[in-house]
Design a protein around this ligand. Structure first.
Ligand code: SF4
Length: 419
C-alpha cells in the first residue's frame, strides 16, 4: 500500500495535545511514491525549454522556464524583498541580513530528505523551481542581476553575509566555485563574508580546500539529524536518499582542519524524534571540536514526506534553544545539565539568577547561524519565519521584546517544574 499523500491535503502544523516533545516512535516519514517517467529529472522543463525572462516567481500554473546555475540561483522571499526584486512586507522585520543563494537546476536536488520541500520525490507533482522550501517560496533570479544590486549598494548593503547553499546534483561542486568566484570578483569578501552550506555527499577534501582558497569564510554541514539512526531514517536509506552520516562527518572534520576554529559548523533540526539530550550532546561535541551548531525547529513542510507529523512542541524547542546557547556562548557543559528518563532537560546546571538573565536577554531564542556584524551570538542568517508561522514564532528573526520573553517563559515551563 502506498503511503503517498496528495499535496492538497492539509499539513499538520500543531503539536499533538499533551505531548511536550516529539518522540521517536511518532516521527516516522511516509514512504516516497514512484515518479512517472515523464516527470523524472526535470524532463517537462527540459522538453518545453521555455527561455527564462529575468526574475521567476514560483507559479504552479505556468510552464517553468529552463533555468540553471550558475546563471540562475534561487533565494528566499525575504532576500528577494530585501533586494527590491519582490514587493512585500515581513512581520516585525525590515529586511534579512543574510543573502542565501541556492543552486538550481531543472533536475532539482537528487536527494530525498523526508523533511525537505525540495526533495526528489516531489518531481512527481511539481517542477523544481516551483517547490516551496522551508515554509516560503524561493524565487529564481539571474546571478549577475543579484551581484549587480549588491555591488551597487556597496558598504550600504543591508546584507551582513552571503551563503551559497549547495544541493545534491552532479554540477553542484563546480557551480559553487563559479558562483563564489563571480561574487568575489565584484564584492570584497571582507565587506560581506561568504559562507558555504555544503553538500558533503558529492564533495572531497580538495573541494573544501578550493572553497577556502577562494575566500569562503565559514563552512557548514547540514547534518540536520542529531543521531545516525534519525539521519538514516530521514535522509539516508530509509527514504531512498544517498546521504550517509559517516560522509557528512568526514567533510565536517575536513572543514575543521581547513577553515579552523569558529569557522565551521553543523545544522541540526530539533524535533525529528531525537531526545533533548541527544541534541545537546551533539552541540557539546561541536563546541569541543571548535565549531558551532545552527539550529532549526522541525516544521512539517507542505509536500514533504513528514508533512503529516507535528511541529516541534514549543517547550521542547525552547529548552533546547536555551541549552544550546548556554553551551555555545556561556561556557556551560551538557554534563552539568540534568535530564529526565525521556531525555528532557530538567535543569541547566547554572544558578537561577544567571539563567533568568540569559532568558530575559532573549538572544538565546533568536535564529542561530553564521554571525553577522552586530555581535558574535547574533546570527546574520535570520531566516524570517523559516521554521514557524509569525503567529507562533520558533526562531525569532529579531530581538524578542518583553512580551515575547514572557511568552517564551510560559513555553519553557522549566520554571514551573522547579516549584
Ligand atoms: S540535500 Fe538538502 S535540498 Fe536536497 S533534499 Fe536533502 S535537505 Fe533538501
Amino acid at each position: 500500500m502506498s503511503c503517498h499523500r496528495p499535496e492538497s491535503a492539509a499539513a499538520a502544523t500543531h503539536a499533538v495535545p499533551g505531548l511536550d516533545h516529539n518522540p521517536v516512535a511518532l516521527m516516522q516519514p511516509r514512504a516516497p511514491a514512484a515518479t512517472p517517467q515523464e516527470m523524472k529529472n526535470g524532463a517537462r522543463v527540459k522538453s518545453n525549454n521555455v527561455a527564462p525572462q529575468g526574475v521567476y516567481l514560483p507559479n504552479y500554473n505556468v510552464l517553468t522556464p529552463h533555468m540553471r546555475s550558475p546563471e540562475y540561483v534561487q533565494m528566499s522571499t525575504a532576500a528577494a524583498i530585501t533586494l527590491g526584486l519582490m514587493k512585500g512586507r515581513m512581520y516585525r522585520c525590515e529586511c534579512t541580513r543574510c543573502l542565501n543563494l541556492l543552486l538550481t537546476y531543472p533536475e532539482g536536488c537528487r536527494a530525498n530528505c523526508a523533511y525537505c520541500g525540495l526533495a526528489r520525490h516531489r518531481e512527481a507533482e511539481r517542477d523544481y523551481a516551483d517547490r516551496n522550501f522551508i515554509r516560503v517560496d524561493w524565487p529564481a533570479v539571474p546571478l549577475e542581476q543579484t551581484i549587480d544590486i549588491v555591488a551597487r549598494d556597496g558598504a550600504a548593503s543591508p546584507f551582513h553575509r552571503m551563503c551559497i547553499s549547495m544541493i545534491t546534483h552532479p554540477r553542484s561542486d563546480a557551480d559553487t566555485v563559479t558562483v563564489l568566484q563571480k561574487w568575489t570578483d565584484r564584492i570584497d569578501p571582507s565587506t560581506i563574508p561568504v559562507s558555504i552550506l555544503s553538500n558533503p555527499t558529492t564533495m572531497t577534501r580538495e573541494d573544501v580546500e578550493r572553497l577556502h582558497g577562494l575566500g569562503a569564510d565559514i563552512f557548514t554541514v547540514a547534518l540536520d539529524a542529531a543521531t545516525p539512526e534519525i539521519f538514516d531514517r530521514t535522509r539516508g536509506k530509509g527514504v531512498q536518499s544517498p546521504h550517509s552520516w559517516a560522509k557528512y562527518w568526514e567533510i565536517l572534520m575536513d572543514a575543521r582542519d581547513i577553515f579552523g576554529r569558529e569557522k565551521f559548523g553543523a545544522h541540526i533540526i530539533v524535533g525529528m524524534g531525537e531526545t533533548e539530550h541527544d541534541v545537546l550532546a551533539l552541540v557539546q561535541r561541536l563546541v569541543d571540536l571548535g565549531g558551532h551548531s545552527h539550529m532549526f525547529c522541525f516544521f512539517p513542510e507542505r509536500g514533504s514526506l513528514m508533512d503529516h507529523l507535528p511541529a516541534t512542541p514549543r517547550d521542547q524547542w525552547r529548552r533546547v534553544q536555551l541549552g544550546r546557547y548556554l553551551i555555545d556562548y556561556r561556557g556551560a557543559r551538557v554534563e552539568q545539565m540534568s535530564f529526565d528518563g525521556a531525555g528532557r532537560v530538567t535543569g541547566f546546571g547554572i544558578p537561577q539568577g544567571e539563567l533568568d538573565a540569559v532568558i530575559d536577554a532573549g538572544v538565546a531564542f533568536r535564529t542561530s547561524g553564521c554571525p553577522g556584524k552586530f555581535r558574535e551570538d547574533v546570527s546574520a542568517c535570520d531566516r524570517p519565519y523559516g521554521d514557524s508561522p509569525p503567529s507562533n514564532i520558533a526562531s525569532f528573526p529579531f530581538q524578542p521584546n518583553r512580551r515575547d520573553v514572557a511568552k517564551i517563559r510560559r513555553q519553557l515551563r522549566i520554571v514551573e517544574r522547579r516549584h
